[in-house]
Write a protein that binds this ligand. Structure first.
Ligand code: HEC
Ligand code: HEC
Length: 418
């Protein structure tokens, strides 16, 4: 090469970029790589000290039977699996849930729920076992009451129950145990509450015990619904083993999405750790029209969990050590319109999105983060959020990354009839 030509090339900024140069632009920085590695693998299941049968296989089998049992509803048609459908990654594909009535919130997946300290979009339950008791008595979901639940267990699951929890109360003694009943302070004159207050206190306690144990069996079952490895998990395993290509488990596009996720787009501020969720509550400032009525989210959920009859610190818990509750301040102003950060594992398989199911596709979610339209009607949007103004390329890269978190649902066969 003659000298004048070389100097011309240098003046123009050096030789044209090689493909290697392009690749290093999209490669993760050291910090981004460390962040990416922190997202996988999932650790062993955390213990559930408030549930002594959490890891008892017999309790999981009873929980599975109850999960699919549609007799556990006022119309005999609704089971947990009606909304948490195994074939849909334990969601229902609806904007908001339809049980005995229609609810206001979107049905979350149950896969990996064991990794959350709080259950529900507003965290109004602090354990998986107490969570289950809410929908059973919700007039919009199962529409049942705890005395009926105890009869159902007595009539159809008694042997399995007694093998785990010991003798049941004599539910066939109709002088002591009416056909139905539950405390319902909101409707003190209603038949359910009236039947309940006529029961002896010890019998109320015995029914509560059965009810809590139903929740504990359901938790033992749900602990078996663990996330299966995704392409992203395989990519991380390869990178940990020193393979800079990540074993080819992510496309170049998905890897660019990962770089954005842990880097410039700062998704990891909230979707962090191996469950891709920070176990906390945030207001994203989703626009709300006044006619919809405001869902206050965590501001109400925090109060409810502290006063809940079946929380970790209550008489039906198997522990008294409940740090999460002890340090919870329901007056925290940032709880207004805040909802739980959902895990993003399987997210491409669990549309629609957000606590109210407002977004049908991941594109719609990402467009929201890109533009952050409107202002929340109360409180303020989490201050760390800024409109990301993502280009079409960046949007599809992020989508490709979110799709790499897909995995098959854990296999569960419905139990045989009892
Ligand atoms: C009518 C549909 C429906 C039925 C039936 C139903 N669920 Fe749900 N489930 C939902 C909805 C909707 C939510 C979110 C509600 C909220 O956050 O207020 C939810 C939330 C949950 C959560 C919390 C998940 C999370 O990420 O916070 C768990 C666990 C759960 N349900 C388990 C169960 C079990 C166990 C049963 C059966 C006893 C059941 N559900 C019955 C619709 C349903
Ligand atoms: C300030 C914390 C925070 C940040 C930062 C954040 N998220 Fe979220 N994300 C949440 C919360 C909270 C929700 C649920 C909000 C609701 O339902 O009201 C959510 C919901 C979602 C959902 C819907 C999941 C579902 O199952 O409904 C997706 C997808 C998502 N975020 C992806 C992202 C991506 C991608 C980024 C980065 C561009 C990001 N998030 C940044 C907190 C955050």
């Amino acid at each position: 090469m003659s000298l004048p030509l070389l100097s011309l090339l240098l003046a123009c900024g050096g030789p044209p970029q090689t493909s290697e140069g392009a690749a290093s632009e999209t490669a993760l920085t050291e910090r981004e790589l460390a962040q990416a590695l922190s997202l996988s693998p999932l650790p062993a299941l955390p213990p559930s000290p408030s549930n002594r049968v959490a890891d008892d296989p017999a309790a999981a089998a009873l929980g599975r039977a109850l999960f699919f049992d549609a007799r556990m509803s006022s119309n005999g048609e609704v089971s947990c699996a009606s909304c948490h459908q195994p074939a849909r990654h334990f969601t229902d594909g609806e904007r908001v849930a339809k049980g005995v009535g229609v609810g206001k919130r979107n049905t979350p997946t149950l896969i990996g729920g064991v990794y959350s300290s709080w259950q529900f979009w507003d965290g109004r339950a602090d354990t998986l076992w107490s969570q289950a008791l809410g929908p059973i008595e919700s007039p919009l979901e199962h529409g049942l009451d705890r005395v009926r639940v105890a009869h159902l267990v007595f009539n159809h699951h008694r042997a399995a129950y007694e093998a785990i929890f010991g003798p049941m109360p004599p539910m066939d003694d109709r002088a002591r145990f009416p056909e139905f009943g539950r405390p319902w302070p909101g409707e003190p004159q209603g038949p359910d509450h009236q039947a309940w207050i006529r029961m002896a206190e010890a019998d109320q306690g015995a029914v509560n015990e059965v009810f809590a144990n139903v929740g504990k069996a359901l938790e033992a079952f749900q602990r078996t619904l663990t996330p299966q490895p995704s392409s992203f998990d395989r990519y991380v395993a390869a990178r940990r083993a020193g393979d800079a290509t990540g074993g080819g488990h992510l496309s170049a596009e998905a890897e660019r999405g990962l770089k954005l996720f842990v880097g410039e787009a700062s998704c990891v501020l909230c979707h962090n750790g191996p469950n891709l969720a920070d176990d906390a509550f945030h207001s994203l400032g989703l626009p709300t029209t006044p006619s919809e009525g405001l869902d206050m989210g965590r501001a109400v959920g925090a109060r409810l969990v502290l006063s809940a009859e079946f929380n970790c610190a209550g008489p039906y818990s198997d522990t008294t050590d409940c740090p999460e509750l002890r340090y919870l301040n329901p007056e925290f102003p940032d709880f207004i319109l805040a909802f739980k950060t959902p895990s993003l594992r399987h997210v491409a398989q669990t549309a629609p999105y957000m606590h109210d199911g407002r977004f049908k596709t991941l594109d719609e979610v990402l467009n929201f983060y890109s533009t952050l339209p409107g202002e929340p009607p109360l409180g303020h949007r989490e201050l760390t959020l800024k409109p990301l103004k993502l280009s079409p390329d960046e949007l599809s890269a992020l989508t490709a990354f979110l799709e790499s978190l897909s995995a098959p649902a854990p296999e569960v066969s419905p139990p045989s009839p009892s």
